[in-house]
Design a protein around this ligand. Structure first.
Ligand code: GAR
Length: 196
């Protein structure tokens, strides 16, 4: 069984979809849910599922990203993950971190990458007049939201769409896409998939 650590900052709905997928014949099992936010809602959801949790609060580190990542690494090294899934983890990781775990870190991003790296993805897609929005799972490299794409799912943008309404339609797709990509990735298949 491959060990999967999941990094979160918030409610953890993507984390739950990953955890709930790792049953039966699935090649992975969750080994740790780690949050940089002490009160993140996802921590309780992980505990309720019997998964080990940890918090590394970024705030005491201020601008010391290396110090924060060293603390992350200490916790991760104990968990010995084969793969690390960023699931709504809202800290930018430096090259020191991405190089250390190269080829092992996945992220889900709420846009059709390479469009709209960074924040406010849905509002930017609407403002640009795009016909389509969606989500992407990609391998994490030193370039923010820039690593090789492993899967995408798309939805049509409606004429009267708001960022919140669009986000609410994309999120269920994230919950399908991320588990599908993780299972293939753990089997060594890195070819990109498109859902549905
Ligand atoms: C998800 O929509 C995810 O794609 C996004 O944050 C949300 C987390 O929700 N991630 C990013 O924006 C990363 N830059 P969740 O905590 O319910 O999974």
């Amino acid at each position: 069984m491959k060990r999967v650590a999941i990094l979160i900052s918030g409610g953890g709905s993507n984390m739950v979809s990953l955890v709930d997928s790792m049953v039966g014949e699935h090649p992975g099992r969750p080994c740790l849910v780690l949050s940089n936010v002490p009160g993140a809602g996802g921590l309780e959801k992980a505990k309720a599922r019997g998964i080990a949790t940890a918090v590394v609060d970024h705030k005491p580190f201020g601008r010391d990203r290396d110090g924060f990542e060293a603390a992350l690494n200490t916790v991760l090294e104990q968990a010995q993950p084969d793969v690390i899934c960023l699931a709504g983890f809202m800290r930018v990781l430096t090259e020191g971190f991405t190089a250390k775990w190269a080829g092992k870190v996945l992220n889900i991003h709420p846009s059709l990458l390479p469009k709209y790296k960074g924040l406010n993805t849905h509002a930017r897609a609407i403002a640009a007049g795009d016909a389509l929005a969606g989500c992407s799972v990609h391998e994490v490299t030193a370039e923010l939201d820039g690593g090789p794409i492993l899967g995408q799912a798309q939805v049509e943008i409606r004429p009267d769409d708001t960022a919140d309404a669009l986000a609410a339609r994309v999120l269920p797709l994230e919950h399908k896409l991320y588990p599908a990509v993780l299972e293939r990735f753990l089997q060594g298949d890195h070819r990109p998939i498109t859902l549905p």
